[in-house]
Design a protein around this ligand. Structure first.
Ligand code: EPU
Length: 338
């Protein structure tokens, strides 16, 4: 078992921040986790489990042990006439799992095509896009509690999934290592095309003639049009969550800005797009030093090349302050700032 010291993680975070971890280990087989438990590097240090580092901003050297899960394997473990349960190792790329489902004509994951990151990281923030969230197809997961590497098993009701949130981002933050995730997919033709851009693409096509593989291609196309390629400009997707505000607050805003878009959350709350708020502050495509908001989607903060993590965090603070001043709304980061 090889534990690296003072290891550069520049290529292991999608913001491409050039920082080091005091200790770093790659886990290729699940049983290596139990061996790791008995090392001083594990016992005496804080730890961080890293997927592809696509939702994290390092603002300084990580003074502890980074554990990167590289475990692989995707397979159907259960099936009926109408459904299949697919199990994936945590270290698989998320999009490999989606591709597997689409190739096997399993419906449910296609709207989540192209999301960067690993399968193991996906439940942590209940990833979502184009009208689907991970929780909609989630079956169960397993892994280890970091104190003593006790095995743990979570069903949907144990995960407390919410908008970009779960028990693994909250109560069990850094306390549980996800090693396997299972999903329930449908074998029946069932697509979710309510999201505006998808509706537009398929408006003239009868629903039953739309192919699963085409929906995946459409999603990949929408994403590449709107979102920056992390290989070109380091980024972590949406930097902030879309804020949820009261109906009363929304009414005030709507009177002032009749063009504001909103989505109903429940009878008392609505969600407004953070991208809209940022744009209205004049910060779409705004550049500050080595950081900027993306010119097509200002909710995405990009590294123009050599930004330090602190610089990006300060830019995020600057955006939060502008939005707060103009709208009295707090933007909450979606990205994990370390
Ligand atoms: N908008 C603007 N200006 C812009 C872009 C968007 O005003 O330049 C407004 C529009 O009103 C638009 C609304 O923002 O209708 C929503 O924009 P978009 O559909 O691009 O999605 P988003 O709310 O900004 C969320 C997720 C994305 C996900 C997309 C698509 C969050 C924090 N982000 O973004 O997820 O891909 O919806 O479903 O919920 C991520 O989490 O990293 C991520 C990229």
């Amino acid at each position: 078992m090889l534990i690296h010291t003072d290891y550069s993680i520049k290529n292991l975070n999608s913001f491409h921040i050039d920082v080091k971890a005091k200790y770093f280990i790659e886990i290729n087989e699940e049983n290596e986790l139990t061996q790791l438990l008995h090392t001083d590097e594990y016992a005496l240090n804080k730890r961080l489990v890293l997927g592809e580092g696509s939702n994290i901003l390092f603002t300084e050297k990580f003074d502890g042990l980074i554990i990167k899960l590289n475990t692989k394997g995707i397979s159907v473990i259960e099936e009926s006439e109408t459904e299949a349960v697919v199990e994936s190792a945590a270290g698989e790329k998320w999009d490999n799992f989606v591709k597997f489902c689409v190739e096997n004509k399993l419906y449910g994951a296609e709207n989540l095509s192209g999301i960067p990151g690993t399968v193991g990281a996906a439940p942590v923030q209940n990833i979502g896009a184009y009208g689907t969230e991970l929780k909609d197809i989630f079956h169960s997961l397993e892994g280890y509690f970091t104190d003593g590497m006790r095995k743990g098993y979570f069903e949907p009701e144990d995960c407390e999934f919410d908008y970009r949130a779960s028990v693994f981002k909250d109560r069990f933050k850094n306390a549980f290592i996800i090693t396997k995730v299972r999903f329930r997919l449908s074998k029946l033709h069932s697509l979710h095309l309510n999201y505006r851009d998808l509706k537009e693409i398929y408006k003239d096509q009868p629903a039953e003639s739309i192919l699963l593989a085409d929906v995946r291609e459409s999603i990949l196309g929408i994403r590449s049009n709107k979102l920056p390629d992390p290989y070109e400009f380091g980024n972590a997707g949406s930097f902030f969550k879309n804020p949820e505000i009261s109906n009363r607050k929304f009414k005030e805003l709507h009177e002032k800005y009749p063009d504001i878009v909103h989505f109903k959350v429940d009878s008392t709350t609505v969600k407004v797009p953070a991208a809209w708020l940022i744009e209205k502050c004049g910060l779409k495509g705004y550049r500050l030093g080595q950081t900027a908001t993306h010119s097509k989607q200002p909710l995405v903060i990009i590294n123009l090349g050599s930004a330090k993590g602190k610089e990006i965090a300060e830019f995020a603070d600057f955006i939060q302050a502008k939005v707060k001043k103009k709208f009295q709304i707090d933007l909450i980061p979606e990205v994990n700032i370390i």
